[in-house]
Design a protein around this ligand. Structure first.
Ligand SMILES: [Zn+2]
Length: 87
């Protein structure tokens, strides 16, 4: 089972005058180490976005909110629960 750290979309990635993407700034990052250890690191989110790890946040909580990236939510399936592919 994979755990996810929370990443925040980096402002320097947004082009000037186009900050409309910031309504979903939270992304999930596959964490191979505790999120606290990854705090501040720049990583690739599961959806492909470049994000900075926010070690004090929990994806289980952030991922169920409206400010989480829809792609990341789908990949991590935080909201589940129509899982039938249990192998
Ligand atoms: Zn994402």
């Amino acid at each position: 089972m994979v755990t996810y750290a929370v990443g925040f979309a980096r402002p320097d990635r947004w082009s000037r005058g186009n900050v409309t993407e910031d309504s979903n700034p939270w992304h999930a990052v596959e964490a191979h180490r505790p999120a606290a250890e990854l705090d501040g690191e720049v990583e690739l989110a599961v959806c492909g976005a470049i994000v900075q790890i926010w070690g004090s946040q929990k994806w289980e909580r952030v991922g169920s909110g409206r400010t989480a990236c829809p792609d990341c939510r789908r990949v991590t399936a935080v909201t589940k629960p129509l899982t039938s592919s249990s192998r």
